[in-house]
Design a binder for this molecule. Structure first.
Ligand SMILES: [Zn+2]
Ligand SMILES: [Zn+2]
Length: 366
């Protein structure tokens, strides 16, 4: 586990397997400037020649390090696993909502950290894309996904889109829908022919970026700055809801990774194995707590932890509202399990139980 402030980067190592990196990014409000670059450089300096990547979801605190890596070094990820929201009936809506969030958070204007930048950097440079959804077994049979459940995502995306049409105006979404359609086509193409180098994708990505910027300007002209807070919030939550949740496939050391996954109803789908596709393990040795441990994404792992279990909480150096939920502390005191937290100072509050902070190191072996 690397210390990335409010951001995620995990390196999953197994003898005789290629390393799998799970997310690589830092939230801009936790680390910035030189510190951020220094941490990215630390992570990259440790990398082997061969490595694969899993992006839990399309938020830049989970991928801006990967863009930095591709842009400034010769390191590349080979097999790239992404949440499968591209290959189903409602795909274009999911893509549209992801793109729209980029506009409402101003990521497009700030540059270099939109979904288009990620896909361009990762997908057109030697990587092969694999779509991950519930029940899919991946990385040489090592892991299996518990989420996203495609039907749920498709239905939800369509509903959100229809509501947005009313709120933002139908005609104002036409251009972004066109961009979403094209992006979908490119990504599916890349995943199918498994050889992004052969076609001229960079040109296409550049065009899309220009058009995307134009749509951002249009929205800025229409409404100025503060209009979209509520929509932005909903879009961000939706982005988290489509996180890949996964666990080890074979009986071994049980691990659970949760991205920024949330929502009671969806957790209960997973917990009760509603579709009979994947059963959770009855307990885990290591759990990556969802959404940086914040209170509004709290989920109880009480039943699935032991005294020897470790929680990983990638939440360091952030404004107070995003602190680690004290509920994890309450659970852990009862269960006596321990926690590794990311913090570039020692832990200030009582949030993490039996906590070992990564600081002053840049990573911790778990
Ligand atoms: Zn996040
Ligand atoms: Zn997120």
């Amino acid at each position: 586990m690397y210390e990335c402030g409010f951001g995620d980067c995990f390196r999953l190592r197994e003898a005789s397997q290629v390393d799998l990196y799970v997310d690589f990014g830092i939230h801009s409000s936790s680390w910035a400037g030189k510190d951020k670059i220094k941490r990215f450089d630390n992570v990259i300096a440790d990398m082997n020649e061969k490595k694969d990547f899993l992006l839990t979801h399309y938020h830049d605190d989970h991928f801006n390090g990967a863009i930095y890596m591709a842009a400034t070094t010769t390191h590349r990820f080979k097999e790239v696993y992404i949440s499968d929201v591209w290959n189903m009936p409602g795909s274009v809506y999911v893509t549209l909502l992801t793109l729209l969030r980029g506009i409402f958070t101003k990521s497009v204007i700030l540059g270099e950290n939109t979904i288009i930048d990620f896909l361009e950097n990762i997908c057109t440079r030697c990587g092969r894309i694999h779509f991950i959804s519930r029940g899919v077994n991946f990385h040489n049979g090592q892991y299996i996904a518990l989420w996203p459940e495609k039907n749920y995502v498709a239905r939800k995306a369509q509903r959100m889109f229809e509501k947005l049409q009313v709120e933002v105006g139908k005609s104002n979404l036409e251009e972004i829908e066109r961009i979403a359609n094209r992006l979908n086509e490119i990504v599916i193409d890349l995943a199918n022919d498994n050889d992004g180098i052969s076609k001229n994708y960079e040109v296409q990505f550049n065009e899309l970026r220009k058009e995307y910027l134009a749509v951002q300007k249009m929205f800025d002209n229409l409404h100025g700055d503060n209009y979209y807070n509520n929509i932005q919030y909903r879009l961000t939550r939706f982005g988290n809801e489509i996180s890949i949740v996964f666990q080890n496939y074979k009986a071994d050391r049980n691990v659970l990774f949760t991205g920024d996954f949330g929502k009671k109803r969806n957790w209960s789908f997973i917990e009760t194995n509603q579709d009979g596709l994947v059963r959770m393990h009855s307990w885990y040795d290591v759990i990556k707590i969802p959404h940086h441990g914040t209170d509004s994404y709290y989920h109880s792992f009480f039943k699935r932890t032991k005294v020897t279990s470790e929680f990983m909480v990638p939440n360091g150096y952030i404004n107070q509202h995003w602190n680690v939920s004290s509920k994890y502390n309450v659970d852990s005191i009862k269960k006596k399990n321990s926690t590794v937290c990311a913090h570039n100072t020692t832990c200030l509050g009582p949030a993490c139980h039996r906590c070992s902070c990564i600081y002053p190191n840049s990573y911790c072996d778990i």
